[in-house]
Design a protein. Structure first.
Ligand code: SF4
Length: 520
C-alpha cells in the first residue's frame, strides 16, 4: 500500500480528512490529475475503473488518501462538470502533455500532432503499443477540440432494421437469420409507415435504415419504402443502406455486382426516391486475410470503398466504420484508417482547390507522395475552412464510427472481444489518424453511455442519438429496445465537461421547439 509520505514525495498533496472508509483506495502514480472521479472507484463500472486506473493512476485495493481535485463530493455531483482538458486552452494542453509524458519515445508523435503534420502508420502503431494511454487520449482530445471545440453532438433519430433475413452468414454477425429460422422477420410497408409516424411524433430528424441481404424482396420494395417515408415525413433525413446492401440491390435490380455503372444506377434511383446519405456500416476491416476469415462472402474492402466513392460523386455524404477486436491486428486497423484517409483526401481535393485550403505533403499507405487535406490543422485560419454540403460539390465522409466486436451469439463467440481500454485507445487513435474526418462518434449503443462520456474526453465529438429500436447488436443481453432520452444524452455530455448540441444528419445545429424543429 502506498503511504502518505511516498505520495508527498511525488509532489502530491493528499487532502486531510478526505478518506473514504467504506471503499478502499490506493493511489500510486498521480501524474495527470486532469480527470475528477465522481464516485469511489469501487462503485464505478468495471470499464470506468480501468480508465481511471490508467488515466489517473488510481488503483483499487488497500486504504489510502484521496488526492485533491480527484474527488468531487457527492453533494456536488450534479452541479459541477468534471475538470478536464475540455475546460482549458489548447496551448496549455500541449504543454501539459509534454510535461506529463511518461513514454518519451512518443515525443515525435506529439510534435507532429501539435504542428499539424500527418501521422504515419508507424506513429499509429506506436500509439497502440505505448503504455502511456493518457498521452494518446490527451492528443486525441486536442484534435477533437480543434475540430469541434467543446461541442458534443447528438441527434433525435430512429433506427429501422427492416429485416434480419440475410443470404450471407458473416461469422461475426448475430443479427442475421435464415427465412424460416426462429426470430426471422421482415417489415411490411405498413409497419414501416407506423414507425415513421412514431418518429414524427417524437420530433426525430433522421431515420437510419439498414437490414440483411433479403434473398426475395425486390428492389422496388426499397424504392417504395423510401418514397413512403419521404411522402409521410418530407423533413425527415433518410440515412440508409450499407455498401453491401447497395451492391445487393444492384444485383437484384439486374444491374450486376461488378463495375461502377450498376452501383451508380442504384444510388441515383434511391436518391430520387428520398435517400439522403449512407451510413458507414459493413466496412469491417479492409484486409484480405480478415475478409477471408470472417466475411468471405461479403463484398471486399475495395468494393466498399467503390460504393462510397460513387455515393460521394452523386452528391451524398457518407460515414465509415471499423469493426475491430476479432481476428485483425493493430497494423490491420491502421491500414484501414489510412485507406479511409486516402479516400477522403481524394474526395476533398476539388473542394480544397475551390476554397483555397492548402494541401499538406503526405504519403499514402503504399509510400506514394500526394497532397493531403488536414482539417484538424492547428492554424485556426486553415481549420476554419471545413467542407459543408453548401461548399462541397460532392459528398464526403462525415464521421468515423469505431465499433467493438461483440462476440455473443456469433460464430466467433470463442473470441474475447475488446474491453474498455482497447475501445478507448482505438477511438483515440482513429481520431488522430483521420485528420481529414470532421467527426468521430462514440456509438453509445455498442460502447455504453458511460464509456461514451469517457470517449468524449478522448477524441469523440458525437454520441449518436436516441435510437429507440436497434436490432443489430445487443450489449450485455440488451433487447432490441435500446433508447436513451435527450435528457440522458445532454446530461452525459455536460457531466463529461462538454456542451450538448442537437444536430441533423449533416451536422447542422437544430433549433428545437418541442416536436417542431428547424435548421437556420
Ligand atoms: S453482417 Fe450483414 S451481410 Fe453479413 S450476415 Fe450479418 S446481416 Fe448479412
Amino acid at each position: 500500500m502506498e503511504s502518505r509520505t511516498s505520495l508527498l514525495g511525488k509532489g502530491i498533496d493528499p487532502v486531510p480528512g478526505q478518506f473514504v472508509s467504506s471503499c478502499t483506495w490506493n493511489v500510486d502514480i498521480i501524474r495527470a490529475p486532469w480527470k475528477r472521479i465522481d464516485e469511489p472507484p469501487c462503485s464505478l463500472r468495471s470499464e470506468e475503473k480501468k480508465h481511471v486506473n490508467v488515466c489517473c493512476g488510481v488503483r483499487c485495493g488497500g486504504v489510502g488518501p484521496i488526492v485533491r481535485d480527484l474527488v468531487v463530493p457527492r453533494d456536488r455531483y450534479n452541479h459541477r462538470p468534471m475538470t478536464t482538458l475540455a475546460n482549458s486552452s489548447l496551448d496549455a494542453d500541449g504543454e501539459r502533455i509534454y510535461s506529463a509524458l511518461s513514454d518519451t519515445s512518443l515525443r515525435p508523435v506529439i510534435d507532429r500532432v501539435m504542428s499539424g503534420d500527418r501521422l504515419t502508420s508507424d506513429d499509429g502503431l506506436q500509439l497502440f503499443q505505448t503504455p502511456d494511454i493518457w498521452t494518446v487520449g490527451s492528443l486525441a482530445n486536442i484534435v477533437r477540440r480543434r475540430l469541434n471545440g467543446d461541442v458534443a453532438w447528438y441527434n433525435i433519430n430512429r433506427h429501422l432494421n427492416y429485416s434480419n433475413i440475410c443470404a450471407l452468414s458473416c461469422s461475426f454477425c448475430s443479427f442475421q437469420r435464415k427465412k424460416d429460422e426462429e426470430g426471422a422477420y421482415e417489415y411490411s410497408l405498413e409497419e414501416v409507415h407506423e414507425q415513421v409516424l412514431e418518429a414524427l411524433d417524437a420530433g426525430a430528424t433522421e431515420m437510419h435504415i439498414v437490414g440483411g441481404l433479403h434473398p426475395w424482396l425486390p428492389f422496388q420494395y426499397y424504392l417504395d419504402m423510401l418514397s413512403l417515408i419521404r411522402d409521410t415525413a418530407p423533413g425527415l433525413h433518410i440515412k440508409a443502406f450499407t455498401a453491401v446492401e447497395i451492391v445487393h440491390f444492384s444485383r437484384i435490380a439486374g444491374k450486376g455486382r461488378e463495375g461502377d455503372e450498376g452501383i451508380r444506377w442504384v444510388i441515383q434511383a434511391l436518391r430520387d426516391a428520398g435517400l439522403g446519405s449512407l451510413p458507414g456500416g459493413g466496412a469491417e476491416v479492409f484486409d484480405d486475410r480478415v475478409h477471408a476469415e470472417t466475411h468471405r462472402t461479403k463484398i471486399s474492402g475495395d468494393r466498399w470503398l467503390d460504393v462510397h466513392r460513387i455515393a460521394h460523386e452523386e452528391g451524398l455524404n457518407t460515414n465509415a466504420t471499423i469493426l475491430y477486436g476479432h481476428v485483425e491486428t493493430h497494423a490491420d486497423r491502421i491500414r484501414h484508417l489510412q485507406l479511409l484517409r486516402q479516400e477522403q483526401d481524394r474526395t476533398l481535393n476539388d473542394w480544397a482547390l475551390d476554397n483555397d485550403v492548402p494541401l499538406a505533403d503526405s504519403i499514402d499507405h503504399e509510400g506514394r507522395p500526394h497532397g493531403a487535406v488536414v482539417l484538424s490543422h492547428p492554424d485556426v485560419a486553415i481549420r476554419r475552412l471545413q467542407p459543408t454540403p453548401e461548399t462541397c460539390s460532392t459528398g464526403y465522409y462525415q464521421t468515423l464510427i469505431p465499433l467493438p466486436f461483440i462476440p455473443d451469439d456469433s460464430k466467433l463467440e470463442h473470441l474475447p472481444g475488446p474491453m474498455g481500454l482497447e475501445n478507448l485507445r482505438t477511438l483515440s487513435i482513429s481520431r488522430l489518424m483521420l485528420d481529414n474526418f470532421p467527426h468521430v462518434k462514440a456509438f453509445w449503443i455498442m460502447q455504453t453511455l458511460e464509456m461514451a462520456q469517457l470517449m468524449l474526453q478522448n477524441g469523440a465529438d458525437d454520441m449518436d442519438g436516441t435510437v429507440v429500436w436497434y436490432d443489430i447488436t445487443k450489449v450485455d443481453g440488451a433487447g432490441t429496445h435500446q433508447e436513451v432520452t435527450v435528457r440522458d444524452l445532454q446530461r452525459a455530455a455536460r457531466e463529461a465537461g462538454f456542451q450538448p448540441v442537437e444536430r441533423d444528419t449533416l451536422y447542422r445545429p437544430v433549433q428545437r421547439d418541442g416536436r417542431a424543429w428547424r435548421i437556420d
